[in-house]
Ligand binder design. Sequence first.
Ligand code: NAP
Length: 261
Amino acid sequence: MSRPVALVTGASSGIGEALAHALAEQGEDLLLIARTQSELARVQSEITAATGRFVAIAAIDLERPDGAEAVRAVLREQDLSVRHLVNNAGFGLAGDMADLPAAGQVGMVDLNCRALLALTLAFLPEIRENEGGVLNVASVAAFTPGPGLSVYYATKAFVLSLTRALAFEEHESGIRVCALCPGPVPTKFGTRAGFGQSGVIALTRPLSAKDVAHIGLAGYFGRRTVVVPGLIPRLMVMVLSLLPTRLVLPVLAKAQRQRRR
Ligand SMILES: NC(=O)c1ccc[n+]([C@@H]2O[C@H](COP(=O)([O-])OP(=O)(O)OC[C@H]3O[C@@H](n4cnc5c(N)ncnc54)[C@H](OP(=O)(O)O)[C@@H]3O)[C@@H](O)[C@H]2O)c1
């Protein structure tokens, strides 16, 4: 019998690291994926010390087309199987599409969308067998186009749409399928995206990665399909659903320009 684990991508920092801690606290064994071995080893030893759970790590670049296969090889080598798949690894790039390097923008789609889909398809059969689920980290960005961060917003719309449809398709199988849609959270996301000091929109008093992880897991285990943590992000989503897109776009474009300063 292989050992069932929660597989968390992007677990070496931010929301993924917080989700890994919270899953271990709830009694799950873990396989953690990111590119930076040293940061994964730090998270591994901290979680093991705090919870005593089994924690395996693997440094894999999921932007690569063979990323999901590399994950499968690690699972096979260590005799592990996936119970919960947490597709969290992702990044954004701030700027207009015409001004940003094409490779970075296509790489964003590779990680935020293609890798998430490839991992989901690869492990769905064993997730069903293990009666687990799929938790996809989307964003409030999923609810609107976002000029100035266009590709990122579009990748998150893909994640939200795919998750909602998968939840419907998997209703009979009984597995959990959930999209976690945080508002701005202070992590390394802003640095990689190219935001300035005001990268996390000041008026929102953002939730911590730890709070987002706990709210996200409560929703996931509570079988919610979409979870937007925090009052202000929920209000943002509600307002976005009421306003016509032509009014929203100039406001978002201005906000994104300010975040880049
Ligand atoms: N922070 C926010 O404001 C916010 C809001 C809404 C949604 N989100 C979403 O939350 C998720 C986590 O972001 P975060 O805010 O926690 O950012 P973060 O601190 O930058 O964490 C990103 C994680 O993904 C990993 N990663 C990046 N590129 C990778 C690759 N090619 N292959 C494998 N792993 C990779 C990083 O580790 P390595 O660099 O070592 O690979 C890191 O562990 C993302 O999907 C993001 O879109 C963030």
